[in-house]
Design a protein around this ligand. Structure first.
Ligand SMILES: Cc1cc2nc3c(=O)[nH]c(=O)nc-3n(C[C@H](O)[C@H](O)[C@H](O)COP(=O)(O)OP(=O)(O)OC[C@H]3O[C@@H](n4cnc5c(N)ncnc54)[C@H](O)[C@@H]3O)c2cc1C
Length: 420
């Protein structure tokens, strides 16, 4: 009988591993604890707002090669949309200033020498300091490597690193920040084009992946939570799902693609990141303002990014732990007030209230991207020859992102494929 690859966890890491192996004729079974695939990257129908929304707005950049390969592979490339060039609109809530960052294509960053393209009130020289991130050592924080104040920091570096690392940037790992700068700003505008799943994460990253997996003969078992692993001397021998047990034959393999807290409870002695940061999203059912850009960065506000979707305006706040326990009504009003000031949409609707809204707070959105937590990320290989790890929290060299998750899945799949 052909050998089986068991993949535990149907987030993007697990799905990318499954798709890659199934495309190469491997017998793949994906076991997912919940009733849906997608993990932290999913859409759902929300009764309060009366529409299908994403758990959180997810931004990809054209630099995210593994993510782009993934959407191409599942035939969903056309569902990621963005401007033809790397233009980022910003608004400053404190003084009403507006500007658009226009990063030129090509590796020579001449945009920093052009006052119409760079951040207003900055000078080309200011940007050179960012290069320090490129060769920062693993133990350093961003705050130890670059100056975390001044106009360039407040208007570009802070929003960029806060979004990418999901942590107050001075505390973040300079090495992870360096990886982001190297793969985006450092690679030129063609790598920085923002891309969003305009019709939702589900129909872009998840449903087409499940269709492709089925078409390749893979199996997805929902509500099939792994409860325990039985380890032999050098390999996993069985998977315990509570009501049933899957025997793992000598040629079978297992990829564990669950979040770090789940992985450490299943594998004794595994070192994993243990600190997390939240992300807060608010969604409002209203048509965006006619002149509203698809993505708008906000500085000096509670709101950090405003996204325009058909019939909906959504906002993102990274490292949002301070808002986790804030009263929902109050938070929705504060956020909408800021959105209305920036977009020109009415602060109060003719009905006397704010648009129908929903707030989604993901407490453990990502591991905390500090140097200490980064040092706790294990590689894909384990001491058991048929057992591999995947997930955005494994040692991908990137912060916890879609790109990192997909790369980790591909890496684990490569290791499985390379076994004798
Ligand atoms: C609100 C929010 C906004 C974000 N914004 C962005 C963004 O703009 N850009 C970006 O690149 N990234 C963003 N991210 C990060 C991105 O979503 C994650 O990096 C990525 O989805 C992680 O995928 P994963 O497969 O590693 O993990 P997960 O998505 O966590 O998948 C793990 C899966 O394992 C399952 N599981 C757990 N335990 C078991 C078990 N015992 N048995 C079986 N299954 C189990 C879980 O149910 C889950 O489906 C955001 C995350 C959040 C939460």
């Amino acid at each position: 009988m052909a050998s089986t690859v068991h993949i535990v966890g149907a987030g993007l890491a697990g799905l990318s591993a499954a798709l890659w192996l199934a495309a190469r004729g491997r017998n793949v079974i994906v076991h997912e604890a919940t009733a849906f695939a997608g993990g932290r990257c999913r859409s759902y129908h929300d009764a309060m707002i009366g529409m299908t929304i994403d758990n959180g707005n997810h931004l990809l950049l054209s630099a995210n090669q593994a993510a782009l390969d993934y959407v191409r592979d599942i035939g969903a490339e056309h569902r990621l949309v963005g401007p033809p060039s790397a233009d980022f609109s910003f608004a400053d809530l404190a003084n009403g200033a507006r500007w658009t960052l226009r990063i030129n294509d090509g590796c020579l960053p001449w945009w920093i020498f052009d006052s119409a393209r760079r951040v207003p009130e900055t000078h080309a020289f200011d940007y050179l300091g960012l290069a320090n991130l490129l060769w920062a050592g693993a133990g350093k924080t961003v705050g130890e490597v670059i100056k975390c104040d001044g106009v360039l920091y407040r208007r570009l570096v802070e929003p960029l690193l806060l979004a990418a690392l999901n942590i107050d940037p001075p505390l973040g790992s300079a090495k992870l920040a360096g990886a982001i700068v190297r793969e985006t700003l450092g690679a030129g505008g063609h790598a920085c084009r923002p891309l969003i799943a305009r019709d939702g994460l589900g129909s872009t990253l998840v449903e087409p992946a499940l269709a492709a997996l089925e078409q390749r003969g893979g199996t997805l078992r929902l509500e099939h939570q792994l409860r325990g692993l039985r380890f032999g001397a050098d390999r996993v021998e069985a998977l315990d799902f509570g009501d049933d047990t899957a025997m793992v034959a000598p040629d079978d393999t297992v990829i564990l693609a669950v979040p770090p807290y789940a992985a450490s409870s299943l594998v004794g002695g595994l070192t994993v990141p243990t600190e997390f940061r939240a992300i807060v999203n608010a969604h409002f059912r209203i048509d965006p303002a006619p002149d509203q850009p698809p993505i708008l960065g906000v500085v000096n506000g509670t709101v950090e990014w405003i996204f325009a979707f058909p019939g909906r305006v959504s906002i993102t706040i990274s490292a949002g732990d301070r808002l986790i326990d804030a009263p929902r009504e109050e938070l929705a009003k504060t956020i909408w007030n800021e959105v209305a000031r920036i977009t020109g949409l009415p602060a109060v609707l003719p009905t006397g209230g704010i648009p129908p809204w929903q707030i989604v707070r993901e407490r453990r959105a990502t591991f905390a991207a500090t140097p200490a937590q980064d040092a706790r990320r294990p590689g894909a290989k384990t001491k058991w020859r048929n057992f591999f790890l995947a997930g955005d929290w494994t040692a991908t060299g990137l912060p916890a992102t879609i790109e990192g998750a997909i790369r980790s899945g591909r890496r684990a799949a490569d290791l499985v494929a390379a076994l004798p």
